[in-house]
Design a protein around this ligand. Structure first.
Ligand code: NAI
Length: 723
């Protein structure tokens, strides 16, 4: 196979290198100095060069496109590029260039085979779709997706046209409208790829298939939708109209009209069916241009860059000490959070030791861990063998045996300071002096927990969110005594667990719980003033939160919310005093979904029903309508004002951390960019005016943060103005 008629050729600094194997040109994409391959204007130029060569060199009978990176084919367009667009026309032009390139690829004199290993995303998938044949590896790193909507964009290189033609309308819409990852097996089922092979033989098979396509011994696969129902629906205009109508309704239901990109993508796909491929492409690039200029896209691109920059942030000012490697983790409390933390730790190969008060609770914890792994197995993200390996890493006991060799201990016992003191005092003498002790408390100041520690410099907070295996944020909390080396270790380990990590300074509720509480409290106050429970929830869901504050309280547990509220009220006084409604519901013993009785009704399976009218009797005020705008304004301003206080007090290191923390941790609408981006978007002066107006009615809790007042006076914003 390797009897090349010429050696590997690559121009200095170029991403593409070529290698001729017999009569097949193997083009390897490997952007020098970059961790992944992305598509950039320079790469487009290089492709042009390859096409020219293929046109001229008649000895070349076929082409294979393969990546030189260990786990990406092409991860998509270079997103940096999107920030340089100055107008819709600008972005549209770049999309047209990409489309033209792929039309040339598709019409090349010889067949092209895409050999895909690793991430094949966005523009990468569009490149693959323009090839005549696609092979991917059956490796966990291999995923195919059209994730543009996640950045507020749509595919811009023909993806809205080729994908439906390749996999059928419904499968294509599912990918384009959600950005969902497609794994090799599913890709084969839908016809997205033609073959799935072991990584070791990818190149060899690709060359073989390329040659087969060239000499006619292998026919290109037939595109189109699979299954009789999809055929019936998709292959006539009436059926397609049904599909489009349903897709649109589903997008609107999920996005509440807050995300324009999925609707634009639908329009582009529809245009292709109505007016043909070329018309579809023109519509696609026009709509791509339009989307690139939306505020939603700007915010989502910001979030992408901000979370990337956090990946590189060690968590302390430079020069950062080296983090310690965590080989073994001790977890105190095998409850809901303890088991959740253990489940993500074993998946990274960490040895885990669980400690709880009795063996039944340990058993429950182990079952919880297994449950998370089994979910991954069911989704084919891990094998049964991996599940067994992961489970073999965890053991439990009712004493501290095994803790002496732990590098890190995470405490997740009940939220009770006395108990937290007791377990710290018990375990500390057992631990290695360099071991780090982290509490997963969601509210109690870490310094208070560390009060009883002999080595307070080894104590910090690692605040995970529930459910741990799904929630992307970790809030690391440091006290003035925490050693820098302990901080960088907690941050590095959090990243290893796949989390986006922000580091905040200590204080009641830190950043996330504190800002969330300000918001939830205001929702309670609205109930005091007789707002309808479902009206409060609906208004904030429409604003963009994943669930409303009252539903969230039912989910978290009203008893838990009550305790958190009390800690914050003790710390911040009148501003955070719990609402009357909340107090009454707590006293009545309602705990929310887990107890089957909360603000809403729950059936025996825990499914949420309508509002429990009995709550209104408890609150004892007659219902009256409060306008949606008032609900949103009060809850959101309470939250963003508290976020500003956190920055002013130095709880937060930066506005960026505050934005990412709120979006990834407490459900702040991503398309609004986070509290600080939201303030900037509305205008700091405008926010101060609105807070002052509210404060006239509800003093002192809406008094604007001093930071906002100062910034408004100086006409400053948190981020530099864009575009
Ligand atoms: P949980 O009630 O599910 O688990 C607590 C576990 O601690 C129980 O298994 C209990 O037996 C165990 N425990 C009690 N005393 C112990 C001792 N002396 N030694 C060892 N284990 C002991 O509670 P959950 O929800 O897991 O919360 C744990 C901590 O995580 C709390 O501090 C909570 O505030 C915090 N947290 C909870 C979140 C949630 O959504 N549930 C989110 C973020 C933080």
């Amino acid at each position: 196979m390797s009897d090349s008629i010429e050696g590997l050729r690559r121009a200095p600094g170029a991403a593409l290198s070529t290698d001729v194997v017999d009569d097949v040109l193997v083009v390897t994409i490997d952007r020098p100095g970059e961790p992944v391959n992305t598509l950039s204007p320079a790469l487009v130029g290089e492709f042009e060069g390859v096409f020219l060569r293929v046109d001229q060199d008649l000895l070349i009978k076929a082409v294979v496109l393969i990546s030189g990176k260990p786990d990406t084919f092409i991860a998509g367009a270079d997103i940096e590029q999107f920030t340089t667009f100055r107008s819709a026309a600008d972005a549209e032009r770049v999309s047209r260039l990409g489309q033209d390139l792929l039309v040339r690829l598709e019409r090349l004199r010889v067949p092209v085979v895409a050999a895909i290993h690793g991430a094949c995303l966005g523009g990468g998938l569009e490149v693959a779709l323009a090839c005549r044949y696609r092979i991917c590896t059956d490796h966990p790193k291999t995923t195919l997706a059209q994730p543009e909507v996640q950045l507020g964009l749509i595919p811009g290189m023909g993806g809205t046209q080729r994908l439906p033609r390749r996999v059928g309308l419904q499968a294509a819409l599912d990918m384009i409208l959600t950005g969902r990852n497609v794994r090799p097996r599913r890709a084969l089922q839908t016809g997205l790829v033609d073959e799935v092979v072991h990584p070791a033989i990818l190149r060899e098979i690709a060359i073989d298939r390329a040659r087969g396509l060239a000499d006619g011994t292998r026919a290109p696969s037939r595109p189109g939708s699979r299954g009789p129902t999809s055929m019936l629906l998709e292959h006539n205009p009436l059926g397609r109209r049904v599909v489009f109508k349903k897709a649109r309704a589903s997008v609107l239901e999920k996005t509440h009209g807050n995300y324009p990109a999925p609707l634009a993508a639908l329009e582009a796909v529809q245009a292709g069916y109505a007016g043909g491929f070329e018309h579809g492409q023109r519509e696609e690039s026009r709509l791509f241009g339009e989307m690139a200029m939306t505020d939603v896209s700007r915010q989502l691109v910001f979030i992408f860059f901000a979370s990337n920059s956090l990946k590189k942030d060690p968590g302390v000012e430079a020069p950062a000490p080296e983090p310690r490697v965590v080989h073994k983790l001790g977890v105190l409390g095998a409850g809901f959070m303890g088991a959740g933390i253990a489940s993500v730790a074993v998946q990274q190969g960490t040895l885990v030791r669980l400690k709880d008060t009795d063996t039944a609770r340990i058993g429950k914890g182990l079952a919880g861990i297994r449950g998370v792994l089994q979910e991954r197995l069911a989704r084919k993200q891990i094998t049964r063998h991996q599940l067994d390996d992961d489970m073999s890493l965890v053991g439990g006991s009712t004493d501290y045996s095994g803790f002496e060799s732990a590098d890190l201990v995470i405490e997740a016992v009940f939220e009770d300071l006395e108990l937290k003191h007791r377990v710290l005092a018990e375990v500390e003498p057992v631990l290695d002096p360099l071991a780090i002790y982290a509490s997963n408390t969601s509210t109690i100041p870490i310094a208070r927990i560390a009060d009883v520690a002999h080595r307070p410099e080894r104590v910090l907070g690692m605040h995970f969110f529930s459910p741990v295996h799904r929630m992307p944020l970790l809030e690391v909390i440091v006290t003035p005594q925490t050693a820098r080396e302990a901080t960088v270790t907690a941050v590095a380990y959090g990243k290893r667990l796949g989390k986006t990590v922000i580091v905040v300074n200590d204080g009641p509720g830190f950043y996330t719980t504190r800002t969330l509480s300000a918001y939830m409290n205001e929702a309670g106050r609205l109930l005091d003033e007789s707002a309808a429970i479902d009206a409060v929830d609906a208004a904030l869901v429409e604003f963009g939160f994943p669930v409303g504050p009252i539903t969230l309280l039912d989910e978290v547990g009203i008893d838990v919310g009550g305790k958190v509220g009390q800690v914050l009220a003790d710390a911040f006084g009148e501003r955070m005093a719990p609402s009357d409604a909340m107090r009454r519901v707590v006293v009545a013993g309602r705990t929310g979904r887990k107890g089957g009785k909360g603000f809403y009704l729950y059936d025996s399976t825990g499914k949420k029903g309508r509002v429990d009218e009995g709550v209104y009797e408890l609150i004892a005020v007659p219902r009256r309508e409060i306008l949606k705008d008032e609900i949103v304004s009060r809850c959101v301003l309470a939250m963003v004002n508290e976020a500003a206080r956190c920055l002013e007090e130095g709880i937060l290191r930066s506005a960026r951390d505050g934005d990412i923390g709120a979006v990834f941790g407490i459900g702040f609408p991503p398309f609004r960019g986070g509290p600080f981006r939201y303030i900037d978007g509305e205008g700091v002066g405008e926010i101060v005016d609105r807070l002052e107006d509210l404060n006239l009615r509800f003093a002192p809790r809406f008094a604007p943060a001093q930071l906002l007042v100062d910034m408004a006076a100086a006409r400053r914003s948190f981020y530099p103005a864009e575009r």
